[in-house]
Design a protein around this ligand. Sequence first.
Ligand code: MG
Length: 395
Amino acid sequence: MSDEAPLPSHPASGPRGVLLLGATGSIGTAAFDVLRAHADRFHVTGLAARRQGPLLLERARALNAPVIVLTDPEAAEALRADLVPGDPELRVGDDAVLDLVRDPATAIVLQGTSGAAGLPASLAAVKAGKRLALANKESMVVAGPLLRTEAARTGAEIVPVDSEHSAVAQCLAGGRVSEVRRLILTASGGPFRGWPADALEGVTRDDALAHPTWDMGPRITVDSATLMNKALEVIEARWLFDIEPDRIEVVVHPQSIVHSMVEFVDGSVLAQTGPPDMRTPIRYALAWPERLPAEAPRFRLEDYAKLTFEAPDRATFPALDLGFEAARRGGTAGAALNAADEMAVERFLDGALPFTGIAPVCADALRAHPYKADPNLSDLLRVDEWSRTEAQTAC
Ligand code: MG
């Protein structure tokens, strides 16, 4: 871990332009509330989504966004008929997103898309020196060192929105980075916590999509059930905070009230806690290093009579150790693991792969992929493609 603060500090002044990517997903929904409540602090430069046109338009009207982007051309064509004079300008395709990222009016890119497909926009934001409020963990998993190098070159700030990493960033305000002994990431344990391994064989799509504490998109919900989400978060933390994987620990905390912890060299452990609500890390990432007042319900610790912490069951949920393995190997390993998991989860949701088949498919791709220690973007995209094909063939 370096001695530099991972998050440079300078106060914001005046309303800042925010571009919201993934505006109709679960992060987009939480971000919509935050942006509407703080119109005095942030103006919206654009909203982008893949294909939910009507919802995107409704949100853009409410936020006075000048531009909307649909990356799916058919969805954009269907939306055109709904537009009336005074509506935001509709643009189409991935390049339109990149143009908005680079637009001088955009100071903050709130990256709320899911999957490695979010990487080009994240990288463009960092190359343009913007603040990247990052909910798309795959960007860091696939290309952490590249994003760090570019951010150091341009002065871009990468501020985590993932709740665990936001918690770590907040705890790091309580000590120097050089004084950190360990990061302790919490995990809900998912809907199958405590299940014996053989009971997982018959798990269905609906079983896996019922997350106990967070309401999220389908891929991350399945990833939470396999613990692959935590595996990816270990890799994300490794690059985001420049910390060796051996100093990252995972503890299962089913109540999801303690969002993560930092242990310092003197034995002090700082924890960030609060009700599970993605608006909190979004608010923090947008306003950082300040805190914005919120209408959030008061946190009553007495509502949580019992908080429990336990070691993860690494034998029943082998995906977790794949995250540590990929974090230790670095290079293209994160890209290989993530792409295999994206494909395997898709196949599981289609009914083509059993729940217990997801981790083995990912392990094979991680270990067999053409590894490179110091990859550039095209190496990473090539491995992503290789791993997807490999996983699809294996399913
Ligand atoms: Mg998380």
